[in-house]
Design a protein around this ligand. Structure first.
Ligand SMILES: NC(=O)c1ccc[n+]([C@@H]2O[C@H](COP(=O)([O-])OP(=O)(O)OC[C@H]3O[C@@H](n4cnc5c(N)ncnc54)[C@H](OP(=O)(O)O)[C@@H]3O)[C@@H](O)[C@H]2O)c1
Length: 169
């Protein structure tokens, strides 16, 4: 099973503002959907705060096993799998026979999985000072970047963006 991470961050590493995404980027949302759904049967791992931030229409994220990390032993949702610790989250994805498992945030969950994933899919949003939640410090020198595409801002995408895939060097 492939274990990968996907994140959108501004040029200073900011990923969130007041519990939500700081921007409106339709193209990035479409890419997120097609990558994490892909053709197979995939899981997404997220923190409880990211789960709470999803709009009702996208909770659970359709066509994917939704694994939600919480330290609250009473947390549950009929359409999600709860995981109290990292190993449990991975175990659920294996038990569901997933082809790919995507770590989708937020900051606390990214930090926990940074040394476990084999790929990080980064959308760099070309702006700064976007909010209060940052992607954890990571040593980019240990990773190799392949730039896939740059998209310009337009009526559906507030900022220009660059999409890259980082793999362990
Ligand atoms: N730009 C992006 O790509 C992107 C992606 C995702 C999210 N975001 C943004 O990121 C922000 C949320 O990030 P966040 O860091 O505040 O929260 P988070 O990582 O989504 O969730 C944090 C929660 O995860 C649970 N947790 C953390 N460590 C754990 C552990 N070791 N074991 C079990 N459970 C654990 C805890 O839940 P309990 O409190 O229930 O115990 C904790 O409160 C939002 O603004 C969201 O919009 C941005």
């Amino acid at each position: 099973m492939k274990l990968a991470m996907i994140v959108a961050m501004d040029e200073e590493g900011c990923i969130g503002r007041q519990g939500d995404l700081p921007w409106r980027l339709k193209s990035d949302m479409s890419r997120f959907k097609s990558l994490t759904e892909a053709d197979g049967f995939n899981a997404v791992i997220m923190g409880r705060k990211t789960w709470d931030s999803l709009p009702d229409a996208y909770r659970p994220l359709p066509e994917r096993v939704n694994i939600v990390m919480s330290r609250d032993i009473d947390w549950s949702h009929p359409e999600a799998e709860a995981a109290l610790y990292q190993g449990r989250a991975i175990e659920i994805a294996y038990a569901e026979a997933c082809d790919e498992c995507w770590v989708i945030g937020g900051a606390q969950i990214y930090e926990m999985f940074l040394d476990r994933v084999e790929e990080i899919h980064v959308t760099t949003v070309h702006t700064t000072n976007s909010g209060d939640i940052k992607f954890p410090e990571w040593n980019r020198g240990e990773w190799t970047e392949s730039v896939i595409e740059t998209l310009q801002a337009d009526s559906d995408n507030e900022f220009s963006t660059t999409y890259s895939i980082w793999t362990k060097s």
